[in-house]
Design a binder for this molecule. Structure first.
Ligand code: ATP
Ligand code: MG
Length: 307
């Protein structure tokens, strides 16, 4: 799906939490995750549009990573259910979820530092569909498969400009390069949907443009992308749709240009006193900033009146 098609498909979707999508690849209902007395995730309804780039934003601690963990089988919900391509994934362990075509990367990179870049890549292929016992047991089949995996890994390394580091230990790469490696590795299984948890965090500005390009290229090849990000420039620049979480709930949805102006979103961010980059043209419209300044001035005046 091209960028335009994805945007067109979402054009009629209401700008509200839980909005139904014309072609949802993920549908979640009443997904709750509690840690002791604290509710980290409480998602009534969420649909993710197939073939689009959806950003999941929200202040620190909103539950974004926990929701990723639940959807991809890295954590178990207290209650709730969801489907991926119409199939229930509830209770399915992460490796099987990956085989269904849903893969994710981590906020903190999990590249294995004592393995080389190419070895890391080859690991990404292990959960591929079609990997069966027969292939594993018959050496010619097995060798052909190995060769195919290595070729695919090398192609991806070229695409992500990591081919010079093919035989370096992953631990010797910069943080940004490890993020790229992790994304490249996730693509080894040819996923239908990729979920990226803060793909830009720690990435050198020199690499960010190419990272954005990679994500858009994935969408243009038909891959569904769901990503968590605090960098509002990135959200604005590449997402077709934005879902906002606060305190475990979905509080707003819409296209990037409207959702950033939403009162619930501004409240969520301001309420959390978060310290991340909202971007210079981001969340606070001039009107809102003026309103807040006016309120502060009124409060100060009232204080003075009392004194
Ligand atoms: N394993 C856990 N045990 C206890 N509490 C947890 C656990 N994992 C997450 N939490 C809590 O759940 C809440 C949501 O955390 P989560 O990591 O999902 O937030 P987030 O939106 O990804 O935040 P950030 O933007 O900082 O990454 C937080 O209050 C966090 O402390
Ligand atoms: Mg997180």
């Amino acid at each position: 799906m091209s960028a335009e098609t994805a945007v067109r498909a979402l054009a009629g979707v209401p700008h509200e939490p839980g909005a139904p999508k014309p072609d949802a690849i993920v549908v979640a209902d009443d997904v709750v995750r509690r840690f002791g007395g604290m509710t980290a995730v409480d998602v009534r309804h969420l649909e993710v549009q197939r073939g689009a780039i959806t950003a999941l934003i929200g202040p620190n601690g909103a539950g974004k990573t926990t929701l990723f963990n639940l959807l991809t089988g890295f954590d178990k919900p207290s209650s709730g259910s969801w489907t991926f391509e119409g199939r229930s994934l509830h209770g399915m362990p992460a490796a099987r979820v990956a085989r269904q075509g849903m893969v994710r990367t981590f906020q903190l990179t999990k590249a294995l530092s004592r393995m080389t870049v190419i070895e890391n890549m080859r690991l990404g292929a292990s959960s591929q569909p079609g990997e069966n016992l027969l292939t594993a047991l018959v050496p010619p089949l097995w060798r052909a498969r190995e060769k195919e995996i290595t070729e695919q890994a090398e192609e991806l390394l070229v695409r992500f400009k990591l081919d010079h580091h093919r035989d370096s230990f992953a631990g010797s790469l910069s943080g940004g390069q490890r993020k790229l490696l992790e994304m490249a590795r996730a693509l080894m299984s040819k996923p239908t949907m990729i979920m990226l948890d803060e793909p830009m965090a720690g990435v050198n500005p020199a690499l960010t443009q190419s990272l954005l390009g990679h994500i858009q290229a994935l969408r243009d090849d038909g891959t569904t992308v769901l990503f968590v990000e605090h960098d509002m420039h990135m959200v604005r620049h590449i997402s077709d749709w934005v879902v906002v979480m606060a305190e475990g709930r979905i509080v707003a949805e819409g296209p990037p240009e409207t959702v950033m102006q939403d009162a619930a979103v501004i409240d969520a961010y301001l309420g959390a006193h978060h310290d991340t980059d909202l971007g210079d043209d981001a969340l606070l419209s001039d009107e809102v900033a003026e309103r807040l300044e006016a309120e502060a001035a009124a409060e100060a005046a009232a204080e003075e009146g009392k004194a």
